[in-house]
Design a protein around this ligand. Structure first.
Ligand code: C5J
Length: 221
């Protein structure tokens, strides 16, 4: 057990029961020409968290703790992409349309893959998810139960969309959730701040927040 001076109050970290979930660090969100960029976003904001995210992943790997990666993507026939999702966004480049890195957000296409700098090691779990939350329509919940995980550390993009949705899903399922503030980012700085404020408010109503250094030091304790 280690104590992390987190927001909004100390987080009692039990690494032996913890896993890291790295949300959607995919080329489609982070590299020029991907889904995020086609929606008019500045992807350099997301690129800036790559070194801190790599340090967090390295800390978990060094301690032999589970590292789970997610990818937001859909089946090639789009059977898992509701029209209500597909018909929003950029009308000239929708999910499933051909982009510069293959079909946008489609499993198996180059753009849907995880960026090279954070690439999963052989044996690490990669969850493909059709929704914003990583529990919806995936085996994640069962897998965490099997591993006896009770605490989840979160990193990835974007803070207020897939990270926040997954943290809320996890919180409702009884996990203690800790967000690594410098290993998550949004295309909109004000949304990142608001998401962290909302989740940590009211006595950690969704969870806690701390920096990568704080979390890695606590793993090493
Ligand atoms: C979005 C995500 N923003 N991974 N996906 O569409 O946050």
């Amino acid at each position: 057990m280690a104590t992390i001076k987190a927001r909004p109050f100390d987080f009692t970290f039990a690494p032996e029961n913890a896993a890291l979930i790295v949300i959607d660090m995919q080329r489609d969100f982070i590299e020029p020409g991907g889904f995020g960029a086609t929606l008019g976003n500045d992807v350099t904001r997301l690129q800036a968290i790559v070194p801190a995210t790599a340090r967090l992943i390295a800390g978990f790997r060094k301690a032999g703790l589970p590292v789970i990666h997610t990818r937001e993507c859909h089946a090639p026939d789009l059977s898992d992409c509701p029209p209500a999702k597909r018909t929003r966004g950029n009308p000239s480049l929708r999910i499933g349309d051909p982009g510069t890195m293959g079909r946008i957000l489609i499993a198996g296409e180059a753009g849907a893959d995880i960026i090279q700098a954070l690439y999963p090691l052989p044996g690490e779990t990669v969850i493909d998810k059709p929704g914003k939350g990583a529990f919806y329509a995936t085996p994640l919940g069962e897998m965490l139960k099997e591993k006896g995980v009770r605490q989840l550390v979160f990193a990835g993009v974007t803070t207020e969309v897939c990270v926040q949705t997954t943290m809320r899903e996890a919180n409702d399922r009884g996990y203690e959730c800790l967000l690594a503030t410098d290993a998550t980012e949004s295309y909109f700085p004000e949304f990142k701040k608001a998401a962290i404020d909302m989740m940590t408010a009211q006595g950690a109503i969704v969870g806690w927040a701390a920096t990568v250094d704080q979390i890695v030091e606590a793993i090493d304790d």
